[in-house]
Design a protein around this ligand. Sequence first.
Ligand SMILES: [Zn+2]
Length: 128
Amino acid sequence: MHEAAIALAVLREAEKLAKSLAAKPKLVEVVVGELQNIDIDVLSEYLRMNLREVMPGVEYRITTEPPVLRCEQCSHEWRLDMSELSPDAREAIHFLPEALHAYVRCPKCGSRDLKVVRGREIRVRVYG
Ligand SMILES: [Zn+2]
């Protein structure tokens, strides 16, 4: 149930951001890296249930962001299109992001010595 804990952290962050906003907050956007092992539907449900108590009248939107990888051998950096992976690979990576190294190679030099630059974090934005 770590979606509940994430939802709570998102709400706290949204409240904090809303305070520093000059205008009245209207929309909370949650950007989830695709390497985060979370169930978006469950997270969405928690936000739907709790946001109206914390910030009445504010809408929310969850968007996902493809991972950005960097090759440690040749420094090539690219966005990984998860839809190009096999369903098995996608599932493995969803549950264990480290499994990425077993399925993905650098498109330039073929190395598996990859670093995840982006894709594991959750960012919160509040719009007025
Ligand atoms: Zn490379």
